[in-house]
Design a protein around this ligand. Sequence first.
Ligand SMILES: *Cc1c(COP(=O)(O)O)cnc(C)c1O
Length: 391
Amino acid sequence: MNDDRIDTKLVHSGIRRSQYGEMAEGLFLTQGYVYPTAEAAEARFAECGPDEYIYSRYANPTTRMFEERIAAVEGTEDAFAVASGMAAVHGVLVPLLKAGDHVVAARALFGSCLIVLDMFRRFGVEVTLVDGRDLDAWRAAVRPGTRAVFFESVSNPCLEVIDIAAVAEIAHAAGALVIVDNAFATPVGSRATALGADLVIYSATKHIDGGGRTLGGVILGTRDLIRGQIEPCLKHLGASISPFNAWVMLKGMETLALRVRASSATAAQIAAALDGDDRVARVLYPGLASHPDHAVARRQMQGGGTMLALDLGTRDRAFAFLNALRVFTLSNNLGDAKSIATHPATTTHAKVSAEDKAVLGIGPGLVRLSVGIEAPEDILADIEAGLAALG
Ligand SMILES: *Cc1c(COP(=O)(O)O)cnc(C)c1O
């Protein structure tokens, strides 16, 4: 199974069948487990085997299938699934950090990630934010005592691509762990750990579910880190994924590569069509040669991804564009089968200060697009209708 290609792993890895030989992944919707004798219970609590269970806050067969499948796809030894992407973000940091530690993070982060990092400051962790694309800034920020660096490999919403290998080299030289939020890049063809990440996290809510149904998250890394540090802490903190949600994620993974490739191909078509169109001030797509991080994207991503951003200049123009869309749904999710358009400045990033918005490039005219799997012709026609509405 280890030598299979990603598409095969997405369908088959991690499956374990009960005595009934069910075709589909079994949904073990159970809080706990029973033991035939008191002695058996004692033995289970003394040493829980790799496919034995005590309580679903600790582990569950359906959740385990999801963990093993995504670990196989990512190419890591193990994974620990949690209730949401944010449970993964704080769940990867809590077990590793103590008062007095130092963390360096890229400043272009998902809003809730910035809030979580701020909470760690209350517990005596020092946090330094840097421009993630500026390698000298990482070099200047890390120091002995830097426990971890944290960044999104492709940032939200401006799609900055951070050079995982280069940042990992700087971090490792200082003895820091490298934690990558790889949600935008997706696990399809991801090489974050091959490039030096020690721990990779995903909001499974996005491309892995792919149908906007459930929340979920996952932390991936070596068995030592996952079972030695992450699990012993997180199984007591309670942000466990529901077995039902883990089951939805397993079924979502079956079509993940097909969806990501279809969406990325259409996103690339949109970017190419709009690059140089004078109705659009700026097209941000890592797959475009004009993107400032195109060379890094080519090294570390398979294709340009499913997300792009357009700068239409003003809020009025952005709203006119958004309100004319018919195939794109206005929402704040991403990675869905449905195409989704978002106005970050007034929704996902509304609480970011004006100064920070300016630094991060989140202007009033910025529109973020998550490209779905509808017919490319219909998606492109929808974009054209949006632009036509600009007058
Ligand atoms: C959505 C997202 C998260 C948070 O995930 P939830 O499942 O909503 O908790 C974290 N990081 C990135 C990059 C995201 O896009």
